[in-house]
Design a protein around this ligand. Structure first.
Ligand SMILES: Cc1cc2nc3c(=O)[nH]c(=O)nc-3n(C[C@H](O)[C@H](O)[C@H](O)COP(=O)(O)O)c2cc1C
Ligand code: PXP
Length: 218
């Protein structure tokens, strides 16, 4: 594959020294706000890595829907999905995950690792209620990650669910909910000239514990 001429950065992209940050959540909020201003679409898209029963890694994109505010006991990163999907099954069996945000136009990456918990029914209901009706129906119709015989079979399932939910609110399917990743590690990365990038790793032993901060070689 040929690399585009725009490949490596031609200037340093680091405004200020983000290694000065005392803790990672405020810095993440700042970077997400920058991404929201600069990325052409889905600034909240993030790669989610899980492991399967054999210990083999698996990765796919999801949309980050919340970062808990300060004071929240298991303060973390929340996304929503089908608990019967491949990722759902993997996370329920092995509740530990990694996330990787890459904001290309900002030359920034954030990596997160930590234990995973299920969001409460109330949280899932509240988020589900904000989704467009068509996406709510889709959540009922899609047996996410399982074999689909034909596109027509999916369209039939959507039609059947639409007929079931013609009036009133669409309830959240019991198998559709959220996961929360409570970070024990967060690494911030920013590209610098000659691949001599800036890396800062925050680590802690447990949720709510004190963070240690370490610079890493690029
Ligand atoms: C940008 C982007 C965002 C996505 N967000 C989600 C999401 O939030 N939840 C979800 O279930 N699938 C999402 N998907 C689809 C997943 O990447 C994946 O195809 C699906 O969840 C099945 O994954 P699994 O078989 O590993 O469970 C997204 C895909 C893309 C490209
Ligand atoms: C299958 C699926 N579920 C959930 C989501 C999360 O986003 P939303 O709740 O905004 O639809 C996405 C986003 O692409 C998705 O593809």
């Amino acid at each position: 594959m040929t690399e585009k001429p725009s490949g490596p950065p031609t200037e340093d992209h680091t405004p200020g020294d983000f290694a000065e940050a005392a803790e990672p959540f405020a810095l993440f909020d700042e970077w997400m706000a920058d991404a929201t201003r600069h990325e052409p679409n889905d600034p909240n898209a993030v790669a989610l890595a899980t492991v399967d029963a054999a210990g083999h890694p698996n990765v796919r994109m999801v949309l980050l829907k919340a970062v808990d505010p300060a004071g929240y006991p298991a303060r973390g990163f929340v996304f929503f999905t089908n608990y019967e999907s491949t990722k759902g099954v993997e996370l329920l069996a092995h509740p530990y995950a990694a996330l990787d945000f890459h904001w290309k136009s900002l030359h920034r990456q954030v990596r997160v690792r930590g234990p995973v918990t299920q969001v409460s029914d109330a949280e899932a209901d509240a988020y589900f209620a904000t989704r467009p009706r068509s996406a709510q129906i889709g959540a009922w119709a899609s047996q996410q990650s399982r074999p689909l015989e034909s596109r027509f079979a999916l369209e039939k399932a959507v039609a059947a669910e639409t007929a079931k939910h013609l009036v009133g609110k669409v309830p959240r399917p019991p198998h559709w909910s959220g996961f929360r990743i409570t970070p024990l590690e967060i690494e911030f990365w920013h590209s610098r000239l000659s691949r001599l990038h800036e890396r800062v790793m925050f680590k802690r032993a447990e949720a709510g514990g004190d963070w240690t901060k370490t610079r890493l070689y690029p």
